[in-house]
Every structure is written in structure tokens, then in C-alpha cells.
Design a protein around this ligand. Structure first.
Ligand SMILES: [Ca+2]
Length: 237
């Protein structure tokens, strides 16, 4: 096979490989591996929660940290198992086309927990209808929550789109029923790899796909030009 044909065949395989990507690029991932809380809080200072659990991340490897939260079940600070973010997990989720959130969870306590996600914004408070139940002392589990408007349940909210278009607070909390405020309970939870996901795209190239294709096409065009100029040089010499 001539060099130019080989190049085009190689390019074809590369492009086919790129088209197999199912998930679009995640917008936000909180892995806590920088040993900070990454904006997660309970609103008041408390030495017990939330904390970075060093080397306590999903992989179990050194340097893979997790976020740890606890609740006491009594009155006062930290009575409810919840943690929220008013930093990077805010803004327009609709415009960003975020349709689900994946998070790794591990029940490190002695009671069963049921975890949901919550949103607060101009349209009021909403909670995922998706939930995951984790038995006491569970191993890590990966939970996927749909955050599409139809999959959120109002807890006082009146306009789910208005909230998703301007999220002011995003939370992870214990909620056996779809409520925004966790009930009091004694519990303990590790959280890792909180990740926003765009919708599944199968067979429809994304913008990054086209960008990659153009780059590869330009590289192959350059390679062919170089080969042609070398051939001319060798012919003339
Ligand atoms: Ca981690």
C-alpha cells in the first residue's frame, strides 16, 4: 500500500474510535484529592463535619481522599446528615445541559442511609426522585441521579426550571422521602467523585469530536504535503 493510502486508512480508524465515545465531557468533578473540602460545607463551623478523609477515597490508594460527613441525631449543629455546595455547583444547569450526577458513596456508619440530591434556587426547593439506600457499613457504591426537571420532586418549590437555571445551592443528604432537609439521624457517610454528566450521545458527534477531526485532517494534510515535497526533492536531486 502506498504511504498516502496508509495514512488515510490510519486516519479512518482514529475517527471511528472517537465516534464510540458515549458520555460527553463531564463539567465538574469533585474528587477531594487536593485535600480541601472543595466548597462543601454545612453552613456552620464544626470540627466533626465535613472533613477530608485522607487516603479514604474510592480507589483505596494513597493520595485518593474523600469527603466525610457525620450527623449526631441530636439538636444543634450536625444533627442531620447533609452537606451542600454554593460554589462550583451553582448556576445554570439547563444551559450546561447537565442531566445527571454520578457520585461514589460509602456508608461508614451503623445505620441505613438513603441519599438524594437537592437543589435550591429562584423556583424553590427540589429533590431527586432517584435515591440510593446504603446499608450500614456498606462498601463504595456508584450512584447515578437523574437531575432532569421531570425527575425532580418539589419540596416547596414551584418552578423547577427556574431553579435549575440559577441553582444557588446543591446538596447531598439523607432523605428516605424526597425532602430537601434531612431528618435528624445518627449516621456517617463518605463521598467521592461527585461528577456532573451531560446527556448520553450515541452516534452524534459532539463539538469536541469535530474539533478533533479537523485537527487530525490538518495533520494528515501536512504529512502528505511533506511526503510530496520530499518526493519532489528526491526526484529533482
Ligand atoms: Ca478522591
Amino acid at each position: 500500500m502506498k504511504m498516502r493510502s496508509r495514512l488515510w486508512v490510519m486516519g479512518g480508524f482514529l475517527l471511528l474510535g472517537m465516534a464510540q465515545v458515549a458520555w460527553a465531557t463531564p463539567d465538574t468533578i469533585d474528587d477531594f484529592n487536593d485535600a480541601t473540602l472543595q466548597g462543601w460545607e454545612i453552613g456552620r463551623a464544626d470540627a466533626r463535619t465535613p472533613l477530608v478523609i485522607e487516603d479514604g477515597g474510592r480507589s483505596g490508594e494513597a493520595g485518593d481522599h474523600a469527603l466525610g460527613i457525620i450527623s449526631t441525631g441530636t439538636g444543634g449543629v450536625a444533627s442531620r446528615l447533609a452537606v451542600y455546595n454554593e460554589d462550583q455547583w451553582t448556576g445554570n444547569f439547563i444551559e450546561a445541559n447537565l442531566q445527571s450526577v454520578r457520585v461514589d458513596l460509602k456508608n461508614t456508619g451503623e445505620t441505613t442511609v438513603v441519599i438524594r440530591l437537592g437543589f435550591d434556587g429562584p423556583g424553590g426547593r427540589f429533590v431527586t426522585s432517584d435515591s440510593i439506600e446504603l446499608a450500614a457499613g456498606s462498601d463504595w457504591q456508584s450512584a447515578l441521579f437523574s437531575i432532569k426537571p421531570d425527575d425532580l420532586v418539589a419540596d416547596g418549590g414551584t418552578n423547577v426550571v427556574a431553579t435549575l437555571e440559577n441553582v444557588g445551592q446543591f446538596r447531598i443528604h439523607h432523605a428516605p422521602t424526597p425532602v430537601f432537609r434531612a431528618p435528624r439521624s445518627v449516621a456517617s457517610l463518605s463521598i467521592d467523585n461527585v461528577q456532573a454528566l451531560e446527556p448520553v450521545v450515541v452516534g452524534v458527534p459532539s463539538l469536541s469530536f469535530w474539533g478533533g477531526s479537523l485537527l487530525i485532517a490538518a495533520l494528515f494534510a501536512s504529512a502528505i504535503l511533506v511526503l510530496q515535497s520530499k518526493r519532489k526533492l528526491s526526484t529533482s536531486a
